[in-house]
Design a protein around this ligand. Structure first.
Ligand code: AMP
Length: 935
């Protein structure tokens, strides 16, 4: 129907623009079944369908838009009769209201203490309907009940059951009609009611018995010990076991879980199959751990779990006490496993993240992971997000204190995830919601949320007194029966399982605990996990490794990475960079930073390994040096020379990240703790942005191996250097990383030449040690005329932790040695040459941690007359390496020598804001280093 005709028709129709939504609903019904609407409406819609060559769905959206427009304009019309049509529309309106808002009347709170607003849309009178019309037959529109029409009373009952029972489904915020219809089909066709067999019900009861039994056992055996009991949220156990079993049935091979402390011991024992005797030993303080270890409710675990589809490998991620931060770690780990299995859809590995109700609403990293969920670099085919919603955040129980939204899960709407709220005291509803959620994730490859509304039987931990802050809630909880008791009673009442039989199951579980036996029937020893970490265990940073690379090979790779199809038109500055690279490949020019770095990636992928780089400008490089992605100026297509080396090469992936630091870094940590091979890099746009990810450095990167024995070979590039650009972006806060260094936990490097960056990146892959590598990477050095290297230097393959003097000085004449790292080296060198000083040697420390004491001592030994040692840095005295590395400098310089500081004075800000002042300060520190107190 032409636009004008439609408007004319609408203006003469029975309904005002404000009723557009109902007409839309009618139209949707008509599309599904033309006879589901009255003759009059069908005639109108029949005309719409006759637009030649346009699909019905397109017509539909045109019509919808028209209706919406009219609704907005609030076009006024006169209603002229057709009472039956009007009633029919009201009924459709009622159905719609339940779909939108039924969850607000759903029976979700096991304690029955939620105070909820009255929802008028769910009242018959609001739609001009009444119980007296219950016997009238109406068309049901798209209500997925398998019949075209029903009595109003039955429609009403169906809606109440479907949307206001133990499952409150929120999904009408989803714009995809397909997804909405899918969810409606799943829920409405069974009226949100589970129909489980006796065996399935018994299984659910056994899981509840396990959940309850373990907590009671621990409570009795270790009274007062912190265990962060699951009690109240017991249905988590049947939920997780259902997720794993069903995922396995559908072909999933691995499941990675992340959760905070609440209920974790229960998940470890009753889902993952950790032997309870091991847990009891931990309670008793018996440990067999190397490193610092961690408390039991932060421990991860790995096992296999048998399902009808075969064994599924389970990995519960180790977790610090920062609640939500583990989520991107889990998702990164899943991405690594998917990449390894060459599965880009997400079918083979499933992430499950378990959240707290206050934390999911309160912590920003949750938003970041939702935002990442469909982005190219991070997608994993959807995450199952479970909220253990015990309605108390630590001691805060008033929702108005913990969030600004009705539900704690509202954040999930930003990615249009469906949210299934479910009453934790109805375990069958929990399992049904779980099945729907998993099938949704597997069908649409998107995130989905299960909000398990429950309670916390005890305080925050077992030593806490919850009545102090939640008196009414805890009075209620005191007399509230456990989920196990309620379900056992239900099964008894419906004659599925007698109370005597339930009791036997309780006793059996208790016996397993007494005997210290695994409580999970489906537990299997690990065979399914697909990566062997043993070659990477037990190595140190100074291990020998085969580092050389064949020069001919290197030259040919250099040519390959400088080539691109002729028709791929480059932007002029980029073309100049590539023209230069061609000259470098031909040996006509020394290599600059960008070329050496790309060549490192080329040599790694050439050996069949993966390179993965993410960061805010990773493809181009913040400072325009990398250009691993070439953008065609004619059609915006992209070409990556590093992806086009040979058919046997490893994957090269570079992604401009979402604008986040904490979640993306945690993701890459997760990736590298699940994948020991290849090179994985996160690059901060500017080094100081790393402070937005501080928790990842503190809680995972620097301490994960010590706490949990988990190796991680992540490389982190942090642009750092004092270029007069002000307090922001000058400093990557080197001091913070050095302060975190101990036990050889990670490496902190400051490479100063292209050959060094090449060999540093290769070393991270070729050497079998897997430890994080923090790099202060340069800015102006990327184009510094002295910061160049030959192909031969690259082929040598050695990363020099220390670089001694490069000018030919008479070693006996040297009385002062200046030590430094990074860009200031070139300023010192140029100034010394200018000063024509022959008695000062300049030594670069290219690895500040682990400190290369022996190598440095070897360099110092060349200067028998040097007793005057200076550490020169660009950073203020309270920052940079001075305070954190001073003890290393002192223990390395010869006995009887002096150590002097040359650098900026201590300062609260990392750098000054004025270029002129910067230049003055910089010159002063260089002069100081070369001449201060000089005899
Ligand atoms: P997962 O696939 O994470 O369950 O790991 C299976 C097994 O591989 C673990 O039980 C560890 O023995 C080993 N493993 C996994 N990740 C690491 C890691 N980052 N460092 C050392 N060993 C690991």
């Amino acid at each position: 129907m032409p636009e004008g005709a439609m408007k004319a028709w609408l203006e003469s129709s029975h309904f005002s623009g404000n009723n557009a939504e109902y007409i839309e609903e009618l139209y949707e019904s008509y599309l599904e079944n033309a006879h589901s609407v009255s003759d009059e409406w069908r005639k109108v819609f029949d005309e719409l369908e006759k637009i030649d060559g346009v699909e019905v769905e397109t017509n539909h959206s045109v019509v919808r838009n028209e209706f919406r427009q009219l609704a907005k304009e609030g076009v006024k019309h006169v209603t002229v009769g057709a009472e039956s049509d009007a009633k029919q529309v009201r009924v459709l309106q009622l159905i719609n209201a339940y779909r939108f808002r039924g969850h607000q009347n759903a029976n979700l709170d096991p304690l029955g203490i939620w105070k909820r607003e009255r929802v008028r849309d769910l009242e018959l009178t609001h739609h001009d309907l009444s119980k007296s019309e219950f016997d009238k037959e109406f068309n049901v529109g798209s209500l997925a009940v398998g019949v075209e029409s029903m009595k109003l009373g039955d429609i009403y009952k169906t809606l109440e059951k479907t949307y206001c029972g133990s499952i409150g489904a929120e999904y009408m915020h989803i714009t995809s009609t397909t997804e909405k219809r899918w969810l409606q089909q799943r829920l409405e066709s069974v009226q949100s009611q589970a129909n489980f067999s006796k065996a399935e019900k018994t299984e659910i009861l056994k899981d509840l018995i396990a959940a309850d039994g373990l907590e009671k056992y621990l409570g009795a055996k270790f009274p007062g010990a912190k265990r962060f009991s699951l009690e109240g949220g017991d249905s988590l156990v049947p939920m997780l076991k259902q997720l794993i079993t069903r995922a396995g049935e559908h072909g999933t091979k691995e499941v990675v879980l992340g959760m905070a402390h609440r209920g974790r011991l229960n998940v470890l024992v009753n889902v993952m199959g950790k032997n309870p005797s091991k847990l009891f030993d931990e309670f008793a303080g018996k440990v067999d751990q190397i490193g610092s270890g961690d408390v039991k409710y932060h421990q991860g675990y790995s096992s296999d779990f048998v399902t009808p589809g075969g064994n599924v490998h389970l990995a519960l991620a180790f977790n610090p006490s920062h609640l939500e931060i583990v989520n991107p770690v889990v998702i990164g780990s899943v991405r690594a496993r998917l990449d390894r299995r060459d599965c880009d859809k997400g079918d083979l590995v499933l992430p499950i993240t378990i959240h707290g109700d206050s934390a999911i609403a309160g912590q920003g990293v949750v938003q970041e992971t939702f935002n990442m969920s469909q982005a190219r670099a991070y997608k994993v085919g959807g995450t199952i997000r479970v909220v253990v919603n015990n309605q108390v955040g630590f001691t805060t129980s008033k929702p108005e204190d913990t969030r600004s939204t009705e539900y704690c899960t509202d954040i999930a709407k930003m990615v249009q995830a469906p949210i299934l709220h479910v009453n934790g005291d109805d375990p069958e509803a929990v399992v049904l919601a779980t099945q729907v959620a998993l099938d949704y994730r597997n069908t649409f490859k998107r995130d989905v949320v299960i909000d398990l509304v429950c309670y916390r039987r005890h305080g925050h931990n077992e030593a806490d007194e919850p009545n102090a802050t939640q008196p009414l809630m805890y009075q209620k909880i005191k007399t509230h029966p456990t989920p196990r008791q309620m379900y056992a009673d239900q099964l008894d009442a419906e004659r599925t399982l007698s109370s005597a039989e339930s009791k036997e199951l309780v006793e059996y579980y208790r016996k397993l605990l007494d005997e210290g036996q695994c409580t999970v029937e489906q537990w299997r020893p690990m065979t399914e996990h697909s990566v062997d970490w043993t070659p990477f265990i037990g190595h140190d940073w100074d291990d020998e490794y085969d580092h050389k690379i064949d020069l001919t090979k290197l030259k040919s790779l250099a040519t390959d990475i400088s080539s691109y199809p002729e028709e791929h038109k480059l932007q002029s500055r980029v073309k100049k960079i590539y023209d230069d690279r061609k000259k470098m490949a031909a040996g006509e020019k020394l290599l600059d930073w960008g070329m050496a770095e790309n060549l490192a990636y080329a040599s790694i992928v050439d050996s069949g390994e993966r390179v993965r780089i993410t960061g805010q400008d990773a493809g181009r490089g913040t400072f325009f040096h990398r250009h691993s992605v070439l953008h065609n100026q004619d059609d915006a297509s992209t070409y990556l020379p590093l992806q086009n080396l040979s058919k046997d090469q490893g994957p090269f992936e570079v992604y401009d990240s979402v604008l986040s630091e904490v979640a993306v870094l945690a993701f890459e940590y997760g990736y590298t703790t699940a994948e020991p091979s290849g090179l994985t890099i996160w690059e901060a746009q500017f080094g100081d942005f790393a402070n937005g990810a501080q928790v990842v450095f503190d809680q995972f990167i620097s301490s994960g191996e010590q706490k949990w024995g988990r190796l991680c070979g992540l490389t982190i590039l942090l642009p750092h250097g004092y270029e007069g650009q002000g307090p922001e972006h000058s400093s990557a806060r080197l001091e913070r990383f050095l302060q975190l260094c101990a036990d050889h936990n990670m490496q902190v490097c400051v490479p100063s030449t292209p050959a060094q960056v090449f060999n540093m990146l290769r070393r991270q892959v070729v050497r079998p040690m897997r430890r994080p590598l923090i790099v202060m990477s340069p800015k102006s050095l990327l184009r510094h005329p002295l910061a160049v290297s030959s192909l031969e230097e690259l082929a040598d393959g050695t990363y020099h932790n220390v670089i001694g003097e490069i000018d030919e000085l008479k070693t006996k004449d040297v009385t002062r040695v200046v030590m430094c790292s990074g860009k200031v080296y070139y300023e010192l060198l140029e100034q010394r040459r200018k000063n024509d000083q022959k008695d000062v040697a300049i030594v670069r420390i290219e690895q500040l941690y682990p400190f290369p004491e022996a190598e440095l001592k070897d360099v110092f030994a060349q200067y028998p007359n040097a007793k005057d040692f200076v550490w020169c840095q660009e950073e203020p005295q309270n920052q940079g390496a001075w305070y954190c590395s001073q003890h290393h400098f002192r223990s390395t310089i010869p006995a009887g020598s002096t150590l002097t500081y040359a650098g900026r004075t201590a300062s609260a800000a990392p750098a000054c804001g004025y270029m002129s002042l910067h230049v003055k300060e910089q010159q002063a520190l260089v002069n100081d280093a070369l001449t201060i107190n000089k005899a």
